[in-house]
Design a protein around this ligand. Structure first.
Ligand code: GDP
Length: 458
């Protein structure tokens, strides 16, 4: 890139240290103007080194901070360009002042994600890897972080590359066929193509399916707690949120009248949609109507239906049981500390869910079993982190689905004995569909959109 960029890369606020980054061909020239090392130095043109010294304002020689500056000589840097990282003390004023000095001395303020964008544009990482950087930064659970680091290491990219290599083999056969029609090799090729395309289709379907797990890793299991008033919804929520193990992070609700909380239960991120907040308006308890509950339940991955087991079921309870039918659900028979127990053998309850637990939201009895159950439902069979690649990104999933369609089209045209040059069209399309994931065949708009979601300084 022509220009040299600079930004504060550490989070805003005061911290022990802060980092300002510079990247571009004038990085060293700029740093020489504002950095005075303790020991006279040449900025060697190889590898990386760290120098200790002062940042000064060259206009008046005023010392700004005592710093360490790392020098990364191209191509051995995050962006592959000449880069410096200034480790200063982490106060906002100091960081801003140093950034300002960089800008006054020839750098331009980086756009969000521009360092990573350069790493991509300069060919050090591909687009899927670049996207994994932001996912890693934003990870909300260890498993999500693991999926992201795998992707950064190139698991997905390698998988895509392998599939593309197989397709390139097929294309080579096709070209040979087109170039040397006198050899009657078409049947063999057709057969070979079919076997290969079948394999590719299986691999792509597996990848596409992994998105469901990836989505859970990224967005959490979207969970709602349903129950009639006084069944114990708020108590349950409080118990879960108070547990140390359930690491809670705040999460802005998508709708005005629900609160979403992220909890991490035994490594499974749950996005709890708290409907409790809906009810309390102007001191009078306003119920969430059945329609509203229905609507919420529709979009949920998991419904936790809670019943007051010290009482018999009433009309409202039956409505809730109706809602959870055929959905992923857990039934909690609550308040077992009061009375053991009315509903355990209730036919309607037993037929509505496979997962029924007795709990006391008040004293915490049964909560461990609830956690075990959630772990069982979402970890063993669903999220297998060791089986390599998990798609976490909707853009990747869409491209893979497109590629699957193109594979099917290619298979159809082979079955229909279309001429080989016609068959080659959807095969080329698969290659294009997959190249969009790794960024070899992607529009500038998409690239810009992806990097605009990054934070400044990354
Ligand atoms: P919500 O309306 O469904 O949110 O229900 P709350 O959580 O507000 O609980 C309603 C009432 O039932 C409160 O007085 C709670 O203290 C009580 N309660 C909730 N869970 C239990 C429980 O497990 N045992 C007992 N004894 N009382 C409970």
């Amino acid at each position: 890139m022509e220009n040299t960029i600079a930004a504060i890369s550490t989070a805003t606020g005061n911290g022990g240290i802060g980092i300002i980054r510079l990247s571009g061909k004038n990085s060293f020239e700029i740093i020489k103007k504002i950095f005075v090392p303790f020991k006279a130095t040449t900025f060697e043109k190889k590898g990386y080194i760290i120098k200790y010294g002062y940042i000064i304002d060259p206009t008046n020689n005023q010392k700004i901070d005592e710093v360490l500056v790392s020098f990364f000589v191209a191509p051995k840097s995050y962006t592959t360009e000449d880069m410096c990282e200034i480790n200063s003390h982490g106060g906002t004023i100091v960081l801003r002042k140093i950034l300002e000095l960089c800008l006054k001395n020839g750098a331009e303020l980086a756009e969000p994600g521009e360092f990573t964008k350069r790493a991509f544009l300069n060919g050090r990482i591909d687009l899927a890897q670049a996207e994994s950087v932001i996912d890693l930064i934003n990870s909300k659970s260890e498993n999500e972080a693991k999926a992201s680091i795998n992707q950064l290491e190139g698991y997905l990219s390698n998988k895509i590359k392998n599939i593309k290599n197989k397709l390139l083999d097929i294309m080579a056969d096709i070209e040979a066929n087109i170039d040397y029609p006198e050899y009657d090799i078409e049947d063999v090729t057709n057969n070979k193509m079919q076997v290969c395309l079948n394999e590719i289709k299986d691999e792509l379907i597996k990848l596409s399916k992994s998105f469901e797990n990836g989505k859970i890793l990224k967005e959490g299991v979207k969970t709602i707690i349903l129950g009639k008033p006084n069944a114990g919804k708020s108590s349950l929520l409080n118990t879960i949120l108070k547990e140390e193990r359930a690491i809670v992070s705040e999460y802005a609700g998508t709708t005005r009248d629900t609160i979403e909380e992220f909890v991490n239960i035994k490594g499974i991120p749950l996005k709890l949609i708290d409907t409790a907040g809906i009810r309390k308006t102007e001191d009078k308890i306003e119920e969430i109507g059945v329609n509203r509950a229905l609507k919420l339940a529709e979009g949920a991955d998991l419904i936790i239906a809670i019943f007051d087991a010290s009482k018999d079921l009433d009309e409202e309870d039956y409505e809730i049981l109706e809602i959870i039918k055929n959905k992923n659900s857990i039934i909690l028979l609550n308040k077992i500390d009061i009375d053991d127990i009315h509903l355990e053998n209730n036919e309607k309850i037993c037929s509505s869910s496979n997962n029924i637990l007795k709990i006391s939201a008040k004293n915490g009895e049964g909560i461990d079993e609830l956690y075990d159950l959630i772990e069982k439902m979402y970890s063993n069979n669903e999220i297998d982190m060791n089986d390599g690649v998990v798609i976490t990104n909707i853009r990747h999933k869409n491209q893979i689905d497109k590629a699957i369609n193109s594979v099917e089209e290619a298979m159809n045209s082979i079955e229909n004995n279309f001429p080989i040059d016609i068959i080659s069209i959807p095969i080329k399309q698969i290659l294009i569909d997959l190249s969009v994931i790794t960024g070899e065949d992607v529009s500038e708009d998409i690239i810009n959109e992806i990097f605009s979601k990054f934070c400044l300084g990354k």
